[in-house]
Design a protein around this ligand. Structure first.
Ligand SMILES: [Fe+2]
Ligand SMILES: [Fe+2]
Length: 241
């Protein structure tokens, strides 16, 4: 052991903001550092807000190695061009089925395109789930650290519990933490509580519903997880030691 491999997450973009230094806007983006590559998971909706929040988090766009796009919705892909203008060497990992116009955009900004289909390693300790099908197909990010696995989702359109199940199948381990957009707005209380129960039954220690998870879901997750609820918003940093 001895070698420090803390994984640090910085929420760059979210519907809510930590304080007045950060702008809230509908969308999601989270930077992962501490591994061989710095990975920006999604880019929010608006490049200006993305860069503003990055600056106030002390993140330099030039230091990002990989952008992983969860799915083809503007609130996750909208900041890409602005970011790529600051860092044209960034690799863009996107679900392989992305539309022609989106591919043309990637060509135009001259970043390195990496179409993703299957579960695969991005760098040691970081994996994409590959495309998981649902009413909207989506990829999520999986990180490995000393205590287990962390799952970060964009909108979780294929359903959060299904994504979790597929990750458990791949890793053969329980998930330690799950965070990101869970897409539970409009769900009934009972359905939300059932989902939280499944989190608990499958050993999830920390939960951080943000972005499109909905206020109700956030409330119930807080109630059930207490001090292990991750209250995430733009500007928030979480370290997994
Ligand atoms: Fe979204
Ligand atoms: Fe979405």
């Amino acid at each position: 052991m001895g070698e420090k491999t803390n994984i640090r997450l910085q929420i760059v973009y979210d519907n809510r903001a930590l304080n007045e230094n950060f702008q809230a806007d509908w969308g999601f983006s989270c930077l992962v550092t501490g591994l061989e590559k710095s990975i920006l998971f999604d880019t929010g909706a608006n490049g200006k807000i993305l860069l503003h929040n990055m600056e106030n988090l002390g993140i330099s766009p030039q230091n990002i190695d990989v952008v992983l796009l969860s799915h083809d919705h503007y609130d996750h892909t909208g900041g890409l061009e602005t970011l790529a203008a600051k860092n044209p060497r960034v690799e863009v990992w996107f679900p392989h089925f992305f539309s022609g116009p989106f591919r043309e955009k990637i060509q135009a900004i001259k970043t390195k395109p990496v179409p993703v289909e299957e579960y695969q390693e991005i760098c040691p300790g970081a994996f994409t789930t590959g495309v998981i099908s649902g009413w909207i197909n989506e990829q999520s990010l999986v990180l490995s650290f000393s205590k287990g696995f962390i799952l970060i989702t964009g909108c979780a359109h294929p359903r959060i519990t299904r994504i979790m199940e597929q990750v458990r199948e791949k890793t053969q381990k329980n998930l330690y933490a799950v965070l990101g957009g869970f897409h539970l707005a409009g769900f009934e209380k009972n359905e939300i509580l059932e989902i939280i129960q499944e989190f608990k039954n499958t050993g999830v220690q920390k939960a951080g519903p943000c972005h499109c998870s909905g206020d109700e879901a956030r409330k119930f997750f807080l109630q059930e997880y207490g001090k292990d609820f991750l209250d995430l918003s733009a500007g928030k940093e979480v370290v997994f030691p």
